[in-house]
Write a protein that binds this ligand. Structure first.
Ligand code: IMP
Length: 429
């Protein structure tokens, strides 16, 4: 049963959209299984640039089944606008299915995300403000509203009223805001329900039927391992599980169906929002990476923090997700940046060097990166199509990164287009 899980192995924004699009060609089913419209994928098809937040990247292949699975939190207005936009540009959306069990982001989730974030003051997480954390909190707290609730107005009305009893108390008594009106929310969301109804399905059943037929399924992760609720740099994380295991709970499939786990990493590191980032460059080099790499958020437009490649993070990602392959992105951005530094460990004030990612935020905040240096290259690599044709220094850099991560780099990107992808190993058999 050849399913592969594709995940971000840093702090998100690694370029997963491009690799999903590249691999989707060989899959029959593409599944989004966690996160929501906090994610943003940019896909370049010739002269067309698409920015997707919820729709699986497989949507550009009309013959693929695209699934938004139960683990996603769905903002219906955002999804419907995205689908309208795709259709207006000639992309069919008929092959999309949405889990009836996916939880819905409600207006109070977005409001509370913003109010809670402001209340955190100096301890701000730097969330995307899309209501992601509050929506997952209601899911875990068993008060969430699911896609199936939108399909029945009576059920929806009851759920909204129950929720507003609590949310309006929070809004008015804690945050001094006006209460939300149940009737307006019920009317708005039942209208969304009517438009989403043709897409709603038991997506776990659909995916498992396809797997049983021997079809190839691509699970498309959002965010990255270092933003994982359990394994990331808590509390500066998102509220879902971007690790590979998240695909099983988030889509309703068993782990035995997964034959490969592909970790996507940039040839350097970026992070959006607050939280520890050991190899961050606050100097000219960081600015150079940001400008050359176009490191500004797809979702919020925020400038991304930039730094050197962190092999401690790569090894940690390989461990907690059992990576079988790497996809190394944006190698072209490193042209002319050299000499290149790679972080191989963290030095603590007492001189100890850690080679495993520490679980304690306090320890991490005291850690200074230990670097090894490699020569850079000045040749343009964007036209290269075979690994062997890369400049020797670029090849040596890739080989060193995979050696330090302990995982082979099967795909290497030298530009944003589909064909700017060097293939070194088979992922789908
Ligand atoms: P939230 O997911 O909006 O709650 O944000 C929590 C943290 O995750 C913040 O630091 C965000 O910047 C970060 N984050 C969420 N989604 C993404 C993403 O797709 N790429 C990069 N960072 C993200």
């Amino acid at each position: 049963m050849p399913a592969i899980v594709l995940i971000g192995a840093q702090w998100g924004d690694e370029g997963k959209g491009k690799i999903t699009d590249f691999l989707a060609e060989k899959a029959q089913v593409v599944v989004r299984y966690q996160g929501g419209n906090n994610a943003g994928h940019t896909i370049v098809l010739g002269t067309e640039v698409y920015k997707l937040h919820l729709t699986p990247s497989g949507i550009f292949y009309p013959d693929k089944l695209c699934v938004i699975a139960n683990g996603v939190v769905l903002d219906p207005a955002i999804l419907l606008a995205e689908l309208d936009n795709l259709r207006a540009r000639g992309v069919t959306t008929e092959n999309l299915r949405i889990s009836a069990n996916a939880h819905v982001i409600m207006p109070y989730h977005r409001l509370l995300d913003e109010l809670e974030e402001n209340a955190r003051g100096a301890g701000k997480i730097g969330t995307t403000g899309r209501g992601i954390g509050p929506a997952y909190r209601d899911k875990i707290g068993r008060s969430g509203i699911r896609v199936q609730d939108l399909l029945e107005t009576d059920a929806l009305a009851a759920r909204v009223e129950e929720n507003l009893a609590e949310k309006n108390a929070l809004l008015t008594k804690i945050y001094g805001r006006p209460p939300l009106r149940a009737e307006e929310i019920i009317a708005e969301y039942s209208a969304y329900g009517a438009r989403l109804a043709p897409y709603a399905a038991d997506t776990s059943l659909l995916i498992n039927e396809r797997l049983a037929r021997g079809e190839r399924v691509l699970f498309e992760g959002a965010q990255g391992i270092m933003l994982d609720l359990d394994h990331g740099t808590y509390p500066f994380v998102t509220s879902s599980n971007p690790v590979a295991g998240g695909a099983c709970t988030g889509a309703g499939v068993g782990p035995m169906c997964v034959s490969a786990v592909l970790g996507v990493l940039k040839a350097y590191t970026t992070r959006v929002g607050a939280g520890p980032f050991p190899t961050e460059l606050l100097d000219e080099k960081g600015e150079q990476l940001r400008q050359r790499g176009g490191e500004f958020g797809t979702t919020t437009g925020r400038a991304r923090r930039c730094g050197w490649f962190d092999a401690v993070v790569a090894r940690y990602a390989a461990r907690v997700s059992g990576l079988s392959h790497l996809a190394l992105m944006k190698l072209d951005i490193m042209t002319g940046i050299g000499p290149l530094k790679i972080c191989t460990g963290y030095r603590l004030p007492n001189g100890t060097v850690l080679t495993e990612f520490p679980l304690s935020a306090r320890v991490l905040s005291q850690a200074a990166p230990v670097y090894e240096e490699m020569p850079g290259w000045d040749e343009d690599v964007t036209g290269v199509r075979e690994f062997a044709d890369l400049p020797p220094a670029a090849r040596a850099y890739v080989l060193r990164l995979e050696e330090l991560a302990g995982v082979p780099a099967a795909l290497i990107a030298v530009g944003p287009e589909r064909e700017q992808t060097l293939v070194r190993g088979k992922i789908f058999e």
